[in-house]
Design a protein around this ligand. Structure first.
Ligand code: COA
Length: 260
């Protein structure tokens, strides 16, 4: 299958949607798909018209059912190491400089859950099932599951998912903080688009700086993070978007942000 087919890209106004498109394999991530996501994100990062990205899965059964297990067969540990480090899709998602939303439309397992964890916001269909089942393969997560999951849901809930490999429903994922919203399946795409469009109306400069500050919070002590926040605030203060936002407020009109 051609590279541009394993990941579909749709741009609607300021919102891009990337759809993992291997529905007959429950959108499992093979090497080609991971690389296609990395390439698509690099293009979208450079495209100033795109302000928010949604990631979802094709079909009505799966978001992403994890790494393509078939590719594990016969692969040497060195090859596996190279696959995971040469160009990490999970890191590309996490490092993407604009807001990202995972629209979780079904099985969200292993590398699928880790893809969702690397996104900024997660919206799930009521039919979604989430989990980190690597333990059942005698394996462990390798795309951030042991690092991002406990940060999001706390140690106990993370250990439970990681040790048991059990799948949980969207309602349980919402309860533990793994997803931020749960909607009926037929409303998922529309709700993700609506949220993305509302974020896309904000200042792209401020969105980028917020993302940088929040990402720093995961790796810096509080005092360093607070100091970084002040520096980034000053940067936002210098933007045309800040002038526009303040002027629009004072003149009781809607702002039109340009990202400058
Ligand atoms: N890698 C490769 N292929 C996968 C896959 C994966 N992670 N997940 C599903 N598929 C394939 C199946 O092999 C099957 O292909 P086939 O029709 O050529 O046999 C197809 O997708 C449909 O999956 P199937 O298992 O028949 O669907 P199901 O509804 O019975 O079960 C799951 C769905 C998600 C419970 C089951 O597919 C599963 O457990 N997948 C693996 C999940 C996992 O362990 N992920 C972490 C990997 S590290």
């Amino acid at each position: 299958m051609a590279k541009d087919q394993v990941v579909l890209q749709d741009i609607d106004g300021h919102v891009a949607t990337l759809t993992i498109n291997r529905p007959d394999k429950l959108n499992a991530l093979n090497i080609e798909t991971r690389q296609a996501v990395v390439d698509a994100l690099a293009d979208l990062a450079r495209n100033d018209d795109v302000r928010v990205v949604i990631i979802t899965g094709a079909g009505d059964k799966a978001f992403i059912a994890g790494a393509d297990i078939k590719e594990f067969e016969g692969r040497s540990p060195i090859d596996q190491f190279r696959v995971m480090t040469d160009s990490s899709m999970f890191q590309a998602v996490a490092d993407f400089p604009k807001p990202t939303i995972a629209a979780i439309n079904g099985f969200c397992l292993g590398g699928g859950c880790e893809t969702a964890l690397a996104c900024d916001i997660r919206i799930a269909s009521e039919k979604a099932k989430l989990g980190q089942p690597e333990i059942n393969l005698g394996l462990m997560p390798g795309g951030g599951g042991t690092q991002r999951l406990p940060r999001l849901v706390g140690l106990g809930a993370a250990y439970k998912l990681l040790y048991t490999g059990d799948f949980i429903r969207a309602s349980e994922a919402y309860r533990i903080g793994l997803v931020d919203e749960v909607v009926p399946p037929e409303e998922l795409a529309g709700r993700a688009k609506e949220l993305a469009q509302s974020i896309a109306q904000k200042s792209p400069v401020a969105l980028r700086l917020i993302k940088e500050a929040v990402r720093a919070s995961a790796r810096t002590p509080l005092d360093e993070g607070l100091s970084k926040e002040v520096t980034l605030f000053a940067l936002a203060f210098a933007s045309d978007d800040k002038k526009e936002g303040v002027d629009a407020f004072l003149n009781k009109r809607a702002p039109a942000f340009t990202g400058r």
